[in-house]
Design a protein around this ligand. Structure first.
Ligand SMILES: [Cu+2]
Length: 155
């Protein structure tokens, strides 16, 4: 080691240096792991708001795929935004008890049971803001479950 001759005579700096290096490496590893975990979480957890970007201006836009997770006593996402005439492909899951995804104006009511996701399509032909809710009555608090489907009018 080139700097060996210049080491102070006290013993303190050497062990503390060793500890510092180890901590630094551990910290870097922990940070790296944290970044990976956050990236994975961001990639997998459903966003609270799903906004469909206008990728194509033509008549046939690809279906908007949304996974809606019902859980006592809320939906995630609690807001879905699409353009009028989009096809919304919904995968509905529940993480606890049976729930439903109901939109009166679209005459949609899909029931879902734990471990049995259901997939269905909504043709978002009516513009406006529509409430989705759980219509099941077995659990009183299902009434609290509310979300919004926003269908932006075609320009
Ligand atoms: Cu419910």
């Amino acid at each position: 080691m080139a700097g060996a001759g210049r080491r102070p005579t006290t013993m303190a700096p050497l062990p503390s240096l060793g500890v510092t290096v180890n901590r630094g490496v551990r910290y870097a590893r922990a940070l790296g792991l944290a970044v990976i975990v956050i990236a994975v979480l961001c990639a997998t957890s459903p966003a609270r708001t799903v906004v469909a970007q206008p990728v194509l201006q033509e008549a046939h836009r690809p279906p908007v795929e949304v996974t809606v997770v019902a859980k006592k006593y809320s939906f995630s996402p609690a807001r879905i935004e699409v353009e009028q005439d989009d096809i919304i492909k919904v995968t509905l899951k529940t993480e606890d008890i049976p729930h439903s995804f109901t939109i009166d104006q679209y005459r949609i009511s899909k029931r879902v049971a734990p471990g049995q996701p259901v997939t269905f399509e909504i043709h978002a032909d009516q513009a406006g803001t529509f409430t989705y809710y759980c219509s099941l009555t077995s659990d009183e608090r299902c009434k609290e479950m509310r979300g919004e489907l926003v269908v932006h009018a075609k320009r």
